[in-house]
Design a protein around this ligand. Sequence first.
Ligand code: SAM
Length: 334
Amino acid sequence: MAIKSLIKFFSNTPLMLMLRIGKLTKETCRTGFVLTAISEGIYDIMESGPATFEEIQKFFKSDFNPEGLRAWLDLGVSLGELKKSTNGYSIKGKLSKELIKPANDTWLAFLQVRTEVFYNFIINTPSMLKKKMQFEYSEAYGELVARSSRTLEPVLLDVVDNLIPKNNSYRLLEVGCGSGIYIKRACELNPLLTAVGLEVQQSVAEFARENIKAWSFEDRVAIENTDIRKYECKSDFDLVTFYNLIYYFPVDERIDLLKDLGKHLKPGGELILTSMCKGKDPSLSLMNLWTSMTDGYGPLPCPKQIHDQLKKAGYRKIKSEMLIPSFVLFRVIK
Ligand SMILES: C[S@@+](CC[C@H](N)C(=O)[O-])C[C@H]1O[C@@H](n2cnc3c(N)ncnc32)[C@H](O)[C@@H]1O
């Protein structure tokens, strides 16, 4: 190596910046590589052991551009996510090994939402604003978002456990039911409970319906593919739950919405609302950017705003609790 060239390179290069860029590039590539290897099924063929180059080609059902495939796999090797041996390619990296575990599916979805959905908002918000435009919500991501919001499941299952009476007939209305996991828990807690789960997105409603069937609760649970704003009011529910969707509504519509949620309750029935709130953490700022820039949605609330809006909607004796940082629960009685 020519020492003179090396000295010249280092004396003319902002070293700290170069190192920082190297680190950022590596982590960006790692995220893209691992998520793609999972979503394209490439890790499936490596799960039971190394896969040869020819086996991977066979999986692709194509021998088009072998150098391109080799380059892609070698990127995985240089990131430390794949290992290359005489037996072929195998999974090596910690991130890969953790994310392929079925138990970590919600965290896989959480990362996918941030890279496949939210990242677009980071890079395109200024140009959209210049054009006076908002992003359209894409149904294509409905199931992914529902899976990723299950990261809050350990906390919310505890909430359900404390809410549901263990006997007596009981009617639950769950608005924006996502996967239906909290309805499942409620059914397990009380054999006399019946529930309606509302889901505005067709694909998510189908996902919830399939889950409810797989859990054998279809006799006690109806999943309806409708918008809460269009759901006929019969005032026959003991409990209305509204977990993590207040930001799917513009701020100036939320008071009327909260008022209408109460109309579905019997006298003495309860409304439970949970929400992530604005915070300093970049992950919260990113979520706030997503909801603020999506057509028809609104910014993440802060606890005081929810409290004031519940009050304006006519509720008294408003109880609230911070379940984990920036994740708040409100409980009101009709
Ligand atoms: C962030 S997810 C939360 C899902 C679930 N409640 C949970 O906490 O895991 C919000 C869900 O509410 C649904 N949703 C949004 N607006 C709705 C509306 N107006 N009526 C019914 N469902 C709605 C969305 O389709 C989405 O599946």
